[in-house]
Design a binder for this molecule. Structure first.
Ligand SMILES: [Zn+2]
Length: 140
C-alpha cells in the first residue's frame, strides 16, 4: 500500500497540554484516502477522521508537503497519445474536458506536482490506460 504520513505535536486548545496529531494519505482499494487523528496527552480531547475523494483537506496536504516535500509526476514518453492521457485524467476526478486538457498540458510540459500519494494515484490511473509515467520524490 502506498502511504505517507506525518506526526505533529501541537498545543491542545482545551487544556494547553501536548496534542499529538497523526496525518496521512494512502491508496486503498483504488481510492485515495486521507486521515487525521489526534489525541491530547493531558485531557480527553481526541478525534479520528478518515475519508476518501478527490479533494484532501488543504491543511493535511500542506502538512505532508512541508514534511516530505512535493513529488513530481512525469510521462515516461511525452509523445504518448494525448487521447489516452485525457481519458485517464477525466475519469480520475470527474474533470471537464477543459480542465483535463489543462492538466494534460501541464503533465506533458513540466509534470504534475503534489504529494507523493496523490502523484502515485494519478500514475496508477494513467497505467490503467496504458500510459506510462514515473513519480520522482523530491527532497527539500
Ligand atoms: Zn488537552
Amino acid at each position: 500500500m502506498i502511504t505517507q504520513g506525518v506526526r505533529i505535536a501541537t498545543r491542545c486548545d482545551a487544556c494547553g497540554g501536548v496534542l499529538t496529531r497523526d496525518i496521512g494519505q494512502f491508496i486503498d482499494r483504488g481510492r485515495l484516502w486521507w486521515g487525521t487523528e489526534g489525541a491530547c496527552q493531558s485531557c480527553t480531547v481526541a478525534w479520528c477522521e478518515q475519508d476518501s475523494g478527490s479533494e484532501t483537506p488543504e491543511d493535511i496536504r500542506q502538512a505532508l508537503l512541508s514534511e516530505h516535500g512535493p513529488a513530481r509526476l512525469r510521462l515516461t514518453w511525452p509523445e504518448t497519445s494525448p487521447v489516452a492521457v485525457l481519458r485517464a485524467l477525466r475519469e480520475l476526478q470527474g474533470l471537464t474536458l477543459t480542465q483535463a486538457k489543462a492538466l494534460a498540458g501541464e503533465l506533458k510540459a513540466t509534470g504534475l506536482v503534489g504529494t507523493l500519494v496523490e502523484m502515485e494515484f494519478v500514475a496508477a490511473q494513467l497505467w490503467q490506460h496504458s500510459v506510462r509515467s514515473v513519480v520522482e520524490p523530491r527532497r527539500r
